[in-house]
Write a protein that binds this ligand. Structure first.
Ligand code: PEP
Ligand code: MN
Length: 708
């Protein structure tokens, strides 16, 4: 090395040191600004002021022969870092969300150097918390880690600007109860990495993550006779190429991976689109709240009712509350062919009144709604040349300063969000006036809540394959609509038959499939709600659990209709308030079921409260069924009470049947024989027949009848 070059390098090192000192000095000032701002109400993020700063620096840079675009990119990073640091000060939390903890275990896809790990590092960089990174082999493993507590956070890719949404992530999020507490945006520069500087023409095998292969499809088409191989993540691809040291092998990964695994970067910018960004969600077990001065985004998912214009009505609600939509995505709704779940992101913090009001309206318009989280919004951080020109124009425009002040005043609020106003009424979502008409709930082909009564029938408990299959056959043949069968039984005595559990559920599901009947089964424990909801079509909450609030909240979080029985000691308003728990947690598909209450009368098991039918119909829009079996406890009284219930305006019935009631392991005395049930069904269908019905009436409540 010549002495001159050596001295030039020493000069460069000195300048770099000065840059670091200047950045450290800047950070100290930022901390002071943050302390100052924490006593003020203004929003932390002032996009207009940022643009002005960037424009001023770009202009100044040009006087020193620096490219304006380069200057903006560098300072965008610096400003972005400052905002994160201020957010941390403002909330008194660590900037990654949540109370400060001494160490956090953060899961990401793949090994060191994967894009997910880079995103994780970028997100957690402004924290002073010690981060332990843990690579995982799949998205499912990441989310399971957060669920079981072995990970504090997971970094999950959600969408990419070239390839679109990452469906697997959305589908997994829908199935869990985890929350999004942050987002990160990473510019992904896909590079072709090789062991050596060999010619591109020699490459016969390219390893990468399938998403990366999709994003670089146009480049890959130019490589002839090349085999593409999917691996868990881009860094693993780089590691494989480093181990093989074979000139015919290459990996698509980022330049950091090349550095980590000692590879040569043969080509950069391989993505089909020049600007290639991936957005990641930061997932935690519990939701976090953020100060309303931090610009936030809220993510939610909802299902729309089966009505014309339903999606538009939901989006209009956001619009009417001035909430800017930043993403709309649809995914198939599990177990419901041709129905969709919509994922929406909008600008707004759940702590804001506007957002709260919009969510309340949206909840009553959708069949199911779940808030995935509210979290500080990240910007892409790319300035196009058009932005640069705009920004410079803005800076030379004398009005811009005044506008910036106005914007800050507009953002100013009177301190942190007030706690949510508590409603005086015990229920509002279930109140009739909330919708103004009867709710109609579809379960496959079955429609609940119209003038056509729905009949749910089946054994009290699933006892054996033969028992449930023979019952299902009769349910089908008699023209009833759904099959019931208890698998987890709430028994008064611990020595009574407790049900067959998941084994019984499989038998019930098999019978339901064989006879094309949706299934109804009871859950007793919150932990069973999600697994049971994967298999059964309707989840029953029994009388003894009507006020089991953790259970009500849990069924409120799944996308499955719920049959809510009335507690034997509950008033109508207590019952409706219990239903409110389910709706308030997101699930709007609740069917009420009157099953008799405790009175002084002992001649019957309970007393069927027929009064309740018109009362409930007046107070709520939810459909109401009647279970005369448990109400009277004696099979010969079931049919008259069933017919009386329908006459009083119930939307349907639930009755217990058994192939041999005397041998039933549970509730034999109230179970109908198949013959008596057939007789009841013909009376039901005779009495409640609409003009369109023909024959035995088994076309009843089905929206359309598949061949049997
Ligand atoms: C049942 O339906 O099997 C049952 C236990 O009912 P209830 O909760 O109404 O007693
Ligand atoms: Mn029973």
């Amino acid at each position: 090395m010549t002495a001159e070059l050596e001295s030039l390098r020493a000069d460069l090192d000195r300048i770099d040191d000065r840059l670091i000192d200047a950045l450290a000095e800047r950070q100290r000032l930022i901390d002071k600004v943050a302390q100052h701002k924490s006593s003020q109400a203004a929003s932390l993020h002032d996009g207009r002021r940022e643009k002005q700063i960037l424009a001023r620096l770009a202009k100044k840079g040009r006087t020193g022969d620096l490219d304006g675009f380069f200057v903006m990119r560098v300072f965008r990073e610096i400003l972005d870092y400052s905002i994160r640091r201020q957010q941390g000060h403002l909330t008194g939390q660590s900037p990654q969300g949540g109370p400060a903890k001494s160490a956090l275990t953060v899961g990401h896809l793949g090994i060191e150097g994967s894009n997910s790990q880079l995103a994780a590092a970028k997100f957690f960089t402004a924290t002073r918390v010690h981060i332990v990174y843990r690579g995982c082999a799949s998205f499912a493993e990441l989310l399971e880690g957060v669920q079981d507590g072995s990970l504090d956070r997971a970094v999950l890719p959600l969408e990419n600007t070239t390839a679109g949404s990452i469906n697997a992530s959305y589908d997994l999020l829908a199935r869990t109860d985890l929350s999004l507490i942050g987002e990160e945006i990473l510019e992904v520069n896909h590079c072709l990495l090789m062991a050596d500087e060999g010619p591109l023409g020699a490459v016969r095998r390219v390893y990468s993550h399938p998403e990366a292969l999709t994003q670089c499809s146009e480049f890959l088409r130019t490589l002839t006779q090349c085999h593409l191989e999917s691996v868990t993540d881009t860094a693993t691809a780089a590691k494989i190429v480093a181990e093989q040291q074979d000139p015919s092998c290459a990996a698509i990964a980022n330049a950091d991976a090349a550095r980590i695994y000692g590879l040569h970067v043969a080509r950069r910018n391989l993505a089909n689109q020049r600007e290639n960004f991936t957005r990641f969600g930061i997932v935690a077990r519990d939701a976090h709240t953020f100060d309303s001065r931090i610009p936030c985004k809220t993510s939610l998912m909802f299902a729309t009712a089966h009505e014309k214009g339903a999606l538009l009505a939901c989006l209009n609600i956001l619009n009417a509350h001035g909430l800017n939509l930043t993403k709309l995505e649809s995914r198939p709704r599990p177990n419901a062919p041709w129905e969709y779940l919509f994922y929406v992101d909008f600008e707004g913090n759940i702590a804001d009144d506007q957002v709260q009001a919009a969510l309340r309206e949206l909840t009553s318009k959708s069949g199911y709604l779940k808030v995935l989280g509210s979290y500080p919004q990240r910007t892409t951080g790319t300035e196009t040349h058009a932005d640069l020109i705009d920004a410079i124009a803005l800076q030379t425009d004398g009005t811009s300063q005044a506008c910036a002040v106005d914007a800050a005043q507009c953002n100013a609020k009177s301190g942190p969000a007030e706690p949510k106003a508590l409603s005086k009424s015990p229920y509002t979502l279930v109140a009739r006036q909330n919708i103004g008409h009867d709710s109609v709930i579809r379960i496959g082909q079955v429609v609940v809540g119209t003038d056509r009564p729905v009949v749910i029938a089946g054994p009290c408990s699933v006892e054996s394959r033969d028992q449930v299959l023979s019952s299902a056959r009769v349910v089908r043949e008699c023209g009833a609509d759904m099959l019931r069968g208890g698998c987890f039984k709430p028994r008064t005595s611990p020595y009574s038959f407790q049900g067959l559990g998941y084994e019984g559920l499989e038998l019930l599901a098999e019978a339901g499939r064989q006879f094309d009947l949706p299934t109804v089964t009871e859950v007793l424990h919150p932990g069973d709600v999600r697994p049971v909801a994967q298999i059964a079509d309707v989840i029953q909450i029994g009388a003894r659990n009507m006020q089991n609030f953790p259970l009500l909240k849990e069924v409120g979080k799944v996308d499955r209709p719920v049959l809510l029985k009335r507690g034997m000691m509950a008033t109508v308003d207590e019952w409706l308030a219990a239903a409110e728990y389910i709706l308030a947690n997101g699930n709007q598909r609740v069917i009420l079921c009157e099953r008799g209450i405790r009175t002084f009368e002992t001649s019957t098991r309970f007393t069927l409260d027929l009064n309740t039918i018109p009362v409930v119909r007046e107070r709520t829009h939810l459909p109401i069924l009647v279970d005369p079996s448990h109400a009277c406890g004696t099979s010969r009284w079931v049919s008259p009470l069933a017919l009386a219930s329908l006459a009083a305006g119930a939307h349907g019935l639930m009755v217990e049947i058994h192939p041999d009631p005397e041998k039933a392991l549970c509730d034999g005395p109230q179970s109908l024989t198949f013959d008596v049930f057939a007789d009841l069904m013909s009376r039901v269908r005779m009495t409640h027949r609409s003009p369109g019905d023909v024959g035995t009436g088994d076309k009843g409540t089905r929206a359309s009848q598949p061949g049997t």
